[in-house]
Design a protein around this ligand. Sequence first.
Ligand code: ADP
Ligand code: MG
Length: 478
Amino acid sequence: MEKTSLNCTKIWDKCLKIISDNLKNDNVYDTWFKPCVAIKCKSSALTISVPSPYFYEHLEANYIDLISFALRAVLGKDAELHYQVQIVETSTATYPTNPGIHVKNPPMPFPNKNLKQLNPFIIPGLQKMEIDPQLNPNKTFGNFVESDCNRLARSTGLAIAEEPGKGTFNPMFVYGGSGLGKTHLVQAIGLAIKCKFPEKIVLYISASMFQNQYIDAQIHKNNLNDFLTFYQLMDVLIIDDIQEFAGREGTQNIFFQIFNHLHQAGKQLILTSDRAPVDLSGLTERLLSRFKWGLTVELQVPNFEARKAILKKKMYNDGIEMSDEIIEYIASKVTTNIRELEGVFTTLNAESVYNTNKSRRVITIEMAMNIIDRLVNSTKREISIDKIKRIVCDYFGLSLDTIYSKIRKREIVQARQIAMFFARNMTKHSLSSIGAEIGGKDHATVLHACKTVEDLSDTDKTFKQHITEIEKRINNSL
Ligand code: ADP
Ligand code: MG
């Protein structure tokens, strides 16, 4: 029996009450449940309207147990939930029903085809579908601190945001190690485009999610066309961590089709990877050659100044205070990547609040030391200065004695400086003990050596390669 719309609203309201009582966080309720409206209820099947395919995906993936609990409590054990996705302009399309038990396959932000329904993409007159771009609103350009390590990538991103698909930066290929800001940067580009051109269809997706969707679409053969059509609708397609496609030929082939279609249509592609295109083994040559059509930019490990600037920015954003001494201490100890830097900062910030009776504790250098010890140092086995000296000498083909000698030949001085640099960044020894162990120098010489190595790494590519390789050898020895 078809219940009236008043009835179905009442039923949904009862469900919502149970849902909100069981959610710990009001924001979740406001964001994901409030916008959903009951449309009809037939027998024990309730249909709700959701604002976008992503809502459907998100609800199914995260709250299905709670939703089904609420539905059964209100409608009995045979309760079913149907979704209807609102489509901008004229039409709506009904989505597959899920009795609210669980989702077997990874959720998709594109619609599965309900066989009884027309494919939403070919409904005549359908102009645009509301597609959640899946961007994190905090990952803006404003929050992305500029430094020498990311200047080119950042300015390219800004140029693309002005004219997506128009310039020569298509595709934009961003690469760099983990935690260096690839995801943040490409999300910032997506956000800036959405802000300037709200009508453009922008989608951020991780390569592994794309891969899961493709596999899912293959299993349900009818969905392959939907999959392709959905991705070909994009004005801006951002795929993160493309190295995940390695060895996955099927995914690479379908992505190749999508790439060609979008590129020919003047749509923007933005890709990230943890390594440069030349190092992407397991990707087909034809795909790699397309990556080189546009612009490839690298995000590098932030130097000391950049690390300080990032900490200051975070401090400013969170409205907390830390002395320069503490900032410099953290920046000198947390050298690997920005994610780790953020981890230390967030913990420090939290501890300064939680360990108090209401008023905020002043952040001290001891707190910073403790946290770095716990978060950074404890995850790595300590390396000895001696081991560092051996690895550096070995790398340059020098005997260990030369490092103690008074010889001032350039390559020996440099090896000494490099050993000091790593000893400072990778051990807990004081500057003077490092100096004493590496050539009997004082603490000022060690400081000077560290600065020289950082400066050279920034300006001299070959030198930087030496540093990267030595760092790798040290890490491998742990
Ligand atoms: P990746 O994708 O390269 O592994 P992310 O983009 O996830 O790295 O960055 C790790 C963390 O560091 C994120 O929280 C990000 O917001 C932050 N971050 C990265 N680069 C910057 C930057 N230049 N300024 C401020 N925060 C940054
Ligand atoms: Mg990332």
